[in-house]
Design a binder for this molecule. Structure first.
Ligand code: SAH
Length: 354
């Protein structure tokens, strides 16, 4: 079998054996690659057309009780500048975002115990009240099922929790003892059962990651059938134990985006900020490899440089409006249009939009 035949099989059946995946991940030529991206685009056009869904990202706290070895917000990083946004500041971000055409808000933070369940529910309900036609996505880490249920009942629609890696040894390599892959997967399962549109995902080329790990991740994702998959290259942060590790590559990230589009055709797939950070055209190339979502930053300008997951993060000096119109221009330049829509998963479009 040639790589082209492997890609064709993936395109036609969404499945490929481990050896086939391994060869695709390690031996593709430029020509194979172009064919892979063309197939991924075709699938994406069939499901979501040329629309690009926008999510307004609000990074509301840089305080974290966890100590993940890769992340600049880890609690042991004494150089990190910490901040918290008030409810009023968050609402002001969503008001600005609404004016700019955003119909999804992603509230992301470190795992900050200051924001109790009551506080989160109160913020979610307040956004819903002001903007009932918007979807709310939470990305605030590992919680109990009861907490997830409470946020959902308060009006949250979606939840992003990257599993980071599905291999237990690799998970241990990236995280201290207190964090386990079992709990991470438990969270994802609870979230899905509650009724959220759920996103999992990984960092590409994270320290210790092998091709076998990636194949395991692809299987995990295909079994789990998430509504969203967030992937971006690992990028070292200077104040973490992984400061001297190599950053992930554009090419590996693009290959994976396209393979995920073929394996889970209806998935919502963002071209991430990390991808835009390692290459000035990263997000455009991500969209051309099958991605259909972008997440411009809506956080207040004065806190942006403090939400530093990794070094060199882009879009830290711009106003929300600049990011939004910059993305619109970039997408138009490659033949796609940014739409003013909640951008729900195709199977969830008429379910929780009432
Ligand atoms: N506390 C939340 C949000 C974490 S930040 C949670 O636990 O889900 C969101 C994502 O950024 C993480 O899931 C991780 O995959 C990514 N990230 C963190 N550090 C990174 C780094 N150094 N390079 C690239 N991505 C990183």
């Amino acid at each position: 079998m040639t790589n082209k035949e492997r890609i064709k099989q993936l395109y036609e059946t969404t499945h490929l054996d481990d050896e086939g995946l391994r060869l695709l991940l390690t031996t593709m030529t430029k020509e194979d690659e172009d064919y892979l991206y063309a197939c991924a685009r075709e699938v994406r056009h069939a499901v979501y057309g040329h629309d690009i869904y926008m999510r307004g990202l609000i990074e509301f706290s840089s305080i974290c009780k966890n100590d993940c070895y890769y992340c600049g917000l880890r609690r042991s990083n004494k150089n990190a500048e910490r901040y918290r946004l008030t409810k009023e500041q968050i609402l002001s971000c969503t008001d600005t975002g609404y004016e700019l055409g955003f119909r999804t808000f992603v509230l992301q933070s470190g795992e900050d115990p200051y924001y109790t369940d009551d506080k989160i529910c109160d913020i979610v309900a307040a956004i819903k009240e002001r903007h009932p036609d918007c979807a709310i996505t939470l990305s605030i880490g590992e919680k109990s099922r009861e907490s997830y249920q409470a946020y959902y009942d308060a009006g949250a629609n979606r939840y992003l929790l990257r599993h980071e890696t599905s291999n237990p040894d690799h998970y241990r390599y990236l995280h201290p003892e207190a964090l386990t892959i079992e709990n991470r997967k438990r969270c994802l399962k609870d979230l899905k059962e509650i009724g959220y549109q759920v996103g999992c995902g990984i960092m590409v080329n994270s320290p210790g990651q092998t091709v076998d790990h990636i194949i395991e991740d692809l299987h995990y994702m295909q079994d789990f059938q998430p509504h969203m998959v967030g992937i971006g290259p690992f990028i070292p942060h200077k104040d973490t134990p992984f400061k001297d590790e190599k950053k992930g590559t554009l090419i590996d990230t693009l290959h994976l985006l396209a393979i995920i589009r073929l394996m889970i055709p209806e998935v919502l797939l963002p071209a991430t900020t990390a991808l835009g950070t390692i290459d000035p055209r990263g997000r455009e190339l991500g969209v051309l490899a099958g991605a259909n979502v972008i997440m411009p930053n809506l956080s207040p300008k004065d806190v942006r440089t403090k939400y530093m997951l990794y070094d060199g993060k882009i879009c830290t000096g711009e106003e929300a409006a600049e990011c939004r119109f910059c993305m619109e221009r970039r997408m138009e330049a490659i033949g796609y249009q940014v739409v003013e829509s909640r951008g729900d998963h195709i199977h969830k479009q008429f379910v929780d939009s009432e």
